[in-house]
Design a protein around this ligand. Structure first.
Ligand SMILES: Nc1ncnc2c1ncn2[C@@H]1O[C@H](COP(=O)(O)OP(=O)(O)OP(=O)(O)O)[C@@H](O)[C@H]1O
Ligand SMILES: [Mg+2]
Length: 230
């Protein structure tokens, strides 16, 4: 039987036969503001709450801002400092010298991200199940190019698989051309698509390996304690 990791959202777990298959790389693709980062935070927190380890690779927001947004929903990452790691691939933008254990000098240096990831996974160790988030791939592609980003993602995905983790990556719709997006999709084992229809939010599981699922669209809302399927 395929081992699964809960998505952190009951309704989505039900659609996915219990959650994301262990070892899988899943893309969350949709328009700005639809809730991709919220779902990524919810997924990480759910794992931490369950005794797992989390690694958040932040390209779009400063780690402190990610922590604050998560805390708004009651998800306090600092409670889990012993098994939650942030990779700061954002603060270099401020133009000041950035320091810190898992700090990246710029997203164009994929080798550095790769080595830092290896260090972080080593620190977490083999014993714990792992949830890894890259928020967002779109930013990574903007600062590199599609081919380099895809090669990098294949390596990261293989590392997550080897560590039996689940890797979640967000993709902004409308930032990259469709060809780039489908090239990136090719790296993933699963793709969840999001849509905004006025104030209504919807998601559809476009693809998920090892899982029998429909491609129906499901409405969801963002409540005070996180994302819920309607
Ligand atoms: N406590 C809350 N209750 C309800 N909705 C909230 C709450 N906090 C944030 N939101 C909503 O969540 C949305 C932001 O979602 P999120 O940042 O996850 O989107 P995203 O898809 O990652 O967008 P982006 O492309 O900008 O990164 C906002 O539209 C905001 O209105
Ligand atoms: Mg976001």
């Amino acid at each position: 039987m395929v081992e699964r990791q809960s998505t952190g959202i009951d309704g989505l777990d039900a659609i996915l036969e219990g959650g994301f298959p262990e070892g899988s790389t899943v893309i969350l693709k949709g328009p700005p503001g639809v809730g991709k980062s919220t779902i990524a935070n919810q997924f990480i927190h759910d794992g931490l709450d369950d005794g797992q380890a989390g690694l958040f690779i932040a390209l779009d927001d400063a780690p402190d801002d990610v922590r604050e947004s998560a805390a708004d929903f009651g998800w306090t990452f600092s409670d889990f400092d012993d098994r939650f790691l942030f990779m700061d691939a954002y603060s270099w933008r401020l133009g000041e010298e950035v320091t810190g254990k898992y700090t990246i000098q710029g997203p164009s240096d994929l080798n550095q991200i790769n080595m830092t990831l290896t260090d972080a996974l080593r620190e977490i160790g083999d014993d714990l199940d792992k949830r890894i988030v890259i928020d967002s791939i779109s930013t990574l592609i903007i600062y590199t190019d599609t081919n380099s980003a895809v090669k990098f993602l294949q390596v990261v995905s293989a590392k997550a698989k080897a560590a039996n983790g689940v890797l979640l990556m967000t993709v902004e719709e409308g930032v990259q051309d469709e060809e780039t997006v489908s090239t990136v999709n090719y790296v993933a084992d699963g793709v969840i698509e999001f849509e905004m229809d006025g104030d209504t939010r919807k998601l559809s599981v476009a693809r998920m390996s090892k899982t029998s699922h429909s491609r129906d669209w499901h409405e969801f809302t963002i409540e005070d304690d996180g994302v819920e399927l309607v």
